[in-house]
Design a binder for this molecule. Structure first.
Ligand code: WTA
Length: 676
């Protein structure tokens, strides 16, 4: 993307018209046990102490050799953290815990079928499995340090085992979300030049056994057409015999891991001593244009950062049972199911399936059974759980002390249900704003230090110094005026580059505000996150959504989230999505899609009530063109509402390929309703 294009994605400042919410305070009981309750931390992590402050995070890890330099900016903006240090991520997540905690559960794996047994894998068992699989990858897979491997697996205990085995031998993993199609997987195989694909035979989702191996066959075919030969497909078997007959194994290419592993029973593999700046993994993410980009995360910086965030923001203690409901195929799962919690020797829950399967009580039964006390999920799941079973949590005997929300802005009404119904008024909430690119959190309250404010992520976490800039690079200091949120300083968790495309890395995240492209000074390289945000008087940031999610109505820019949030205040509303529709005079108008709570009948009167609520809260300027009361929102398999599809319907455009959605059938229904 050229600099000009980047500039064009952002426009003038916008005034945001929402009211500030009241604070919620952590209990003294929570504060007393918190890992971080010392206010001095913000001084220690001030810009004056940058970058040395970050050694505090690095010291949470075990190093074979300490670093020579905390931050090397000589190739800015490709920053190197803890340069010259030597460590291994699998050693830090497993081996170092064996002396005192080998019998502790590292992973609780919960299959979707309730009649299947929950697996409890101890650190010693994890050590054995990771070593054996690492030996297989090295001796049978022919993989060595620096090679890339694509992993396309569903939620299972074997997924972190595979990742950690790669890390043990210095192989760079690229995990593709299990719900992604074969062609998405192929794009990633080709871009990362993987010649080994690791997959699984089958898994349950929504009560159905899905054949997953079939995707591997297709992905390998597409990759070959694009010039990347995959010469080995390693297939973990969860359900031997159940599905494999439908997808024959290709001789000489496909191998069942379960068979091959027998040759490696008892094998032990010395962890590779990796340089801190060696890449640990790639995670592909979509940008505004072009193919997904491979965010490259390093070993020492990334691991130090996610370990610190898990300790200080997630507040994980060794005795906690921690459940993050995200998929490991996303960055949240990498950082906050696998690397962070395991580096801290926590017990991390992995759930295979749908949170509301077979009924709205499922998540709370899991929490009760495993005595989960730290819970981590996304607004989309919270809304789904609220819609299906608002009173379910009270029926189960579990108690969370800490809850996280991540992934999109959360409407205050939903936040409050999360706090009172799911948290039973006992849990603190952190609203963590960050990205695939950032490795770990950017903004959040520190749970033992700062009060919460529904709908606001909070200030920068210790060491992160956000700033809001207008399109010309001037700081916006006035509270409540939105602009582009940037981070003034690099931090250890940030991506090192875009895999194989340094120019795209520079263009996407730095070109707009870089003061001098030849500068070796980190101060000249503020990181552009691509989100619009406002800061309020108390220094809390409110994220409005992606820069392109802002609607310009008659010259007034409105955050789609702001309108959605206003709609959520109406009691009958379960989910709301706003998309811009072109308008001759106003430029754009918001079109509002609403899914009602179960049992509520759609009516003209209700549509009017929702429209009025928006006018009341924001002003007539935000009045939707139309309120569409739809049977369900089109959603990705990971649960994100596909606003792109709704936008295409509203604007009578092409909805594109919708077959990869969780509910493609709903698209036709909505089209019929809107375009008739
Ligand atoms: C959005 C997910 C508001 C934001 C970790 C960001 C959020 C994008 C929040 C990154 C939050 C993430 N409040 N918005 N707490 N967390 N976002 O790469 O627009 O899948 O840029 O990483 O999600 O999504 P990604």
């Amino acid at each position: 993307m050229s600099k000009k294009e980047v500039v064009e994605t952002t426009e003038a400042q916008i005034a945001v018209h929402w009211k500030e919410e009241n604070y919620y305070y952590p209990s003294t009981k929570f504060i007393a046990q918190a890992n971080l309750n010392d206010v001095e931390v913000f001084d220690r992590f001030s810009l004056d102490n940058f970058p040395d402050c970050y050694t505090e995070y690095a010291e949470l890890l075990t190093w074979y050799k300490y670093w020579d330099e905390v931050l090397d900016s000589s190739d800015a903006p490709c920053f190197k953290w803890f340069k010259g240090g030597l460590l291994n991520a699998s050693y830090n997540c497993i081996d170092r815990h064996l002396k005192n905690n080998k019998n502790k559960t590292a992973i609780h794996f919960v299959p979707e079928l309730e009649e299947e047994k929950i697996e409890h894998i101890t650190y010693q068992e994890l050590y054995v499995k990771v070593n054996e699989f690492a030996a297989l990858l090295r001796d049978f897979g022919g993989l060595k340090r620096g090679d890339r491997v694509t992993i396309h697996m569903p939620m299972s205990a074997e997924l972190p085992i595979t990742m950690l085995a790669c890390a043990r031998i210095g192989v760079i993993h690229s995990v593709v979300f299990g719900g992604f199609s074969a062609s998405a997987c192929a794009d990633r195989i080709v871009d990362s030049n993987s010649r080994v694909l690791i997959t699984m035979d089958a898994y349950y989702r929504g009560g159905k056994l899905l054949n997953h191996k079939v995707n591997a066959d297709e992905a390998v075919k597409i990759s070959a057409d694009d010039g990347q030969v995959v010469d080995k497909v390693l297939v973990w078997q969860r359900y031997p015999g159940k599905i494999s007959s439908d997808t024959p194994m290709v001789k000489g290419r496909d191998f069942f891991v379960n068979d091959e592993l027998k040759k490696f029973y008892g094998a032990r593999v010395e962890p590779e001593k990796m340089l801190s700046e060696d890449p640990l993994f790639l995670m592909y993410t979509s940008g505004t244009t072009g193919k997904p980009k491979g965010c490259q995360h390093g070993t020492g910086g990334y691991l130090a950062y996610v370990t610190a965030m898990s300790k200080y923001i997630q507040d994980i203690h060794p005795e906690d049972v921690y459940w993050c409901m995200a998929d490991i195929g996303w960055i949240t799962g990498h950082s906050f199911i696998v690397y962070g919690p395991l580096a801290l020797c926590a017990s991390s829950v992995i759930y295979e399936g749908v949170p509301t399967y077979p009924d709205a009580g499922r998540s709370w039964r899991i929490a009760q059974e495993l005595d989960v006390n730290i819970f981590h999920t996304a607004p989309t799941a919270i809304r789904a759980l609220r819609k299906l079973g608002p009173d379910e949590p009270a029926k189960y005997n579990y108690h969370f002390k800490h809850m996280t929300t991540v992934g999109e802005p959360i409407e205050p009404a939903v936040w409050k249900w999360y706090e009172s119904a799911v948290g039973k008024g006992e849990a603190i909430i952190v609203d963590t704003w960050w990205q695939t690119e950032t490795g770990g959190f950017l903004c959040s309250t520190v749970p033992g230090l700062s009060p919460m404010k529904p709908g606001s992520a909070g200030p920068g976490v210790p060491g992160i110094h956000p700033i809001i800039l207008d399109d010309d690079g001037n700081e916006i200091t006035e509270p409540g005026i939105a602009g582009n949120i940037c981070i003034q300083n690099p931090w250890p968790g940030m991506l090192q580059t875009v895999w194989g495309n340094r120019q795209r890395f520079v263009d996407t995240y730095f070109a707009q505000y870089c003061k001098d492209p030849n500068s070796k000074d980190w101060r000249d390289w503020p990181y552009l996150a691509g989100d619009a945000a406002t800061r309020s008087e108390d220094g809390y940031y409110r994220i409005l959504g992606r820069i392109d999610d802002v609607i310009n109505v008659s010259g007034h820019r409105l955050g789609t989230k702001e309108i959605e949030s206003a709609a959520m205040v109406v009691d009958e509303v379960a989910e709301a999505a706003v998309v811009p529709v072109s308008h001759d005079i106003k430029g754009k108008e918001p079109d509002l899609y609403i899914a009602l709570k179960t049992g509520v009948e759609p009516s003209e009167e209700l549509a009017r009530k929702i429209s009025d609520a928006i006018c009341d809260q924001i002003g007539k300027i935000a009045k939707p063109r139309k309120v569409w009361l739809v049977p369900d929102m089109p959603k990705t398999r990971s649960g994100k509402i596909m606003r792109r599809v709704l936008g295409a319907i509203s604007n009578k455009g092409d909805v594109g390929n919708v077959m990869t959605l969780a509910n493609p059938e709903v698209v036709e229904e909505i089209k019929h309703m809107v375009q008739k």
